[in-house]
Structure formats: C-alpha cells, structure tokens
Design a protein around this ligand. Structure first.
Ligand code: HOZ
Length: 444
C-alpha cells in the first residue's frame, strides 16, 4: 500500500468533467474540490470500515470519515441493519414517529441537555439556536470567534474557518474571509473575537454585554485545523452568562466524538445550548440543537421562535443515529482506543517529519488531529492567526504524497482528520510508513 503508485484517475476525471458542467465547481461542498491541494477530486464509489474505494477502483485508507460521523467505520453492520429495517417502513412521514423520541431520549440521557429539536444539518442547528437565543433574550448581537465555522447561514460567514480560510486558488486569506451575498447589515450583527483570548471576551462583555444575545463557539475547533481551548478561555466563556447572554457550544464535529458527552463532557463545560450534527445522524443528514428547557421551550409550537422542517426527524436518519449512539454507549472504551491511536499517530508523524527536516506542529485531542506545516512548538497553535502561518504549499505536497500511497487525508491544511473504530494496527503502520515517505518529498 505504501509504494507511491500512479493510480489511474480516469474515471474520477471523467466524472469531474461531467459534474463541472452541471454543478458549480463540480462539487456540492467546496473543500471536496481539492482546490487548496490540487489534483483531481476522487469520486467515491463505496466505503467500508476504514476504507474508501473510488470510481477507478483504487482503495484509500480514509481519515475524513465523512468529516466526522463515521466514528464506527463506514457501513457498520448495526447502522446498516437499523437503516434497512427503517427503510421497510417508509422513507419520510412529515409526522411524528417513535424513533425521534428514542434518539432524543438517548441524547438527553448522554449529554444532560433537557430538550432536543432535530433538524437536517449542522448549519440548520446553529442557525436555529441563534434565532432561539435572540428570541429568548430579545437582543440582536452575537459573538463568534475568528476561524470557527458554524455552517453557512448569513451572519455566521464572518471571519469563518474551513473552506473560507483558503480562496478558490488555495491561497490563504486572499479572498475575503466571508461570503459574497451576505448583506453587511447581517454581518454587522456578528461581533468577532480571537479564539483563546479571554481578556478580549471579558472586555467586549464589559462594554456591550447587555446587547449580546449569544456567544457561539467550537469547544474544540476543527475548522481552522484542530485548536484546543485554554482553561482561561473556557472560564471567560462561562462568564458571558453573567450578562444574560446565551452560551452556545457548537458540537457539530465534537459531539459524541470526543466523549459520549462530547467536548462539553470531556472539558467539563456547561453551555446553555449545544448544536449537534454528524454522528447524531450516523452518516445520514441530521442536525440537532438542545439544552436548557426554559430556553428550548421558546421554540415553536411551545414558544414564539419559529423553526420547522419536513425532513426533521426523518425515520431513516433517526434509525442510523440511534444505532450509532447505542453502539457508542455499549462500547465506552472506544474513546480510549481512538485516543491511543491518535496519540501514537501524532508521535510517529512528529518523528518522521523531524527525520525529513520538515517543521510541523501537531494538535491532537481524542480522535481529532491536525498537522500544521510550521515550526511552532506542539500545542502552541491556538488561534486563527497562528494556524494561518502554516505553509500550505508544503501541506499540499505532503497530502499528494499520502494520496499517491493510498492514504486519504483531509484535503486542506485547515481541517481536522477523524479516526474511527475501524482504524487498527495495520492502518497505523501503513499510515506512518506512507507519511514518512511523503515527508521526504516535501521541500522545506
Ligand atoms: N466544511 C466541511 C468541513 N469543515 C466539509 C464538508 C464536506 O465537504 O463534506
């Protein structure tokens, strides 16, 4: 697996050409287009365990895991069985069903949230949670952090992370770090601060706390690459409630991934509301938001804040989510296993990079990890500006070196990788061997 091979990409190239004719940029989500790393995006034909197979029949060891939800590995038998069973009973009702209650009870039991509302994506979850916070407080302004990404709702595409950290040509920061089409009046209601800067947050709250409806944050950032919060920053986040602001943890990536109770549980946080996605749907399109009953009861039809959706609580998606959460609940040791894999992966990558003379700084927590191509000490990349100092050309060369050796890493410097239960010893050795060779091909 680790020999660099000129895999055929003819089928992916042909599909990409067809896709470009009918879809903007040939993809349905920007990072997938490989623009910041170059080359042909692989069109995936199937996925099993820790592996993806593309349209040309090449098998890749997958570190994206659909950007998080495939924590059990692709096509896990329990999830497949649950979806198959649900399918026999119909695909959508637009009416209440028992599985919604089952999944909500599971989430409430695992996280301590008192009420949950299902939607169909993480973007819908954050957008709805913010409307709720505004309805609950009667205030207009929200606070977010530079490089945090909370989906693509207007007002959240302000100094955002993920695909917004690179422009179409993959150049860092060359495009405005927000989107065209967002009226400045909306963006003006979003106040942006640096992540891990508790003094700035305290100062803003002291000056304008009475105007702030909500502070939304990634409890561990995945969308600027992995950034880990400092205890001081977490303490400052909790102080925003002294001003009546609603504290919203965006756990779309971290929920049920960093622990059974997410980053919130792992880091002992106590947000008012949380947003989920990814794992909650076991790989099917689901998002959710939930938290304190007195706030959640402002949601329609109980309260005056409107939010609705025909596909919310979809029976197939609920079935996949229930099966995934039940598996996780039945195997709590999995989190230790994932952390052990990631810790050994980080150590091996550090060693290999040092041998090749390539400066890297690795951030890792649980099963999330980013290799920043820069010489800062490990753990010191703590905000957007620090992440942005990475050498994206060196990252792209390393990414291509991995891909040609059958390892599918996240195709951007500013994303996390996600490890699954299906990643074992063979996968770890293959990755470290390929990574060492790929580092040799990076000009430093
Ligand atoms: N923006 C997502 C990662 N932060 C990628 C979504 C996708 O391409 O599926």
């Amino acid at each position: 697996m680790t020999t660099s091979q000129p895999h055929s990409t003819a089928q992916s190239e042909a599909l990409f050409a067809r896709a470009r004719a009918v879809t903007p940029g040939g993809v349905n989500s920007p990072v997938r287009a490989f623009r910041s790393v170059g080359g042909v995006p692989r069109f995936i034909a199937s996925a099993q365990g820790a592996y993806l197979t593309d349209a040309d029949g090449t098998r890749y060891l997958d570190y994206i895991g659909s950007w998080g939800p495939m924590i059990l590995g692709h096509n896990h038998p329990a999830v497949r069985e649950a979806v198959t069973q649900a399918l026999a009973g119909g695909t959508s009702f637009g009416a209440p069903n028992e599985r919604e209650v089952d999944l909500a009870e599971l989430i409430v039991g695992l996280t301590g949230a008192e009420r949950v509302r299902f939607v169909s994506s993480g973007t819908e979850a954050t957008m709805s949670a913010l409307r709720l916070a505004r309805g609950y407080t009667g205030r207009k302004y929200i606070v977010k952090f530079r490089g945090n990404y909370h989906g693509h709702a207007d007002g959240l595409l302000v100094e955002a992370g993920s695909g917004l950290m690179t422009n179409a040509e993959g150049e860092l920061g060359a495009a405005a770090p927000s989107s065209a089409g967002v009226p400045e009046e909306y963006a003006g209601l979003t106040l942006v601060l640096d992540y891990n800067a508790p003094e700035a947050l305290d100062a803003l709250m002291a000056a304008r706390g009475e105007e702030i409806a909500a502070v939304i944050f990634e409890p561990v950032v995945g969308n600027a690459g992995v950034l880990i919060p400092t205890p001081d920053f977490l303490a400052a986040l909790h102080r925003v409630r002294d001003f009546g602001a609603v504290l919203i943890a965006d756990e779309v990536m971290t929920g049920f991934r960093l622990s059974l109770s997410g980053a919130t549980g792992l880091l002992s946080l106590d947000p008012d509301l949380r947003c989920w996605g990814k794992i909650v749907g076991g790989g099917l399109p689901v998002g959710a938001y939930g938290g304190r009953a007195d706030i959640m009861d402002f949601v329609s039809p109980q309260g005056p804040v409107y939010q609705a959706g025909t596909l919310s609580g979809n029976p197939l998606a609920m079935a996949a989510g229930i099966a995934t959460l039940r598996e996780l609940k039945a195997n709590p040791d999995l989190y230790r296993q994932l952390d052990d894999y990631a810790t050994r992966l980080a150590a091996g990558l550090r060693e290999a990079a040092a041998r090749a003379g390539v400066p890297v700084s690795i951030n890792h927590i649980g099963s999330m990890l980013t290799v920043f191509f820069q010489g800062a000490p490990d753990g010191s990349v703590r905000d957007y500006a620090a992440a942005a100092r990475s050498d994206t050309a060196a990252f792209a060369a390393w990414f291509q070196g991995l891909l040609s050796r059958g390892i599918y890493w996240a195709p951007s410097q500013f994303e996390s990788i996600f490890i699954s239960a299906a990643h074992g010893e063979a996968e770890l050795s293959a990755t470290l061997e390929a990574a060492a060779q790929a580092f040799e091909g990076v000009e430093s």
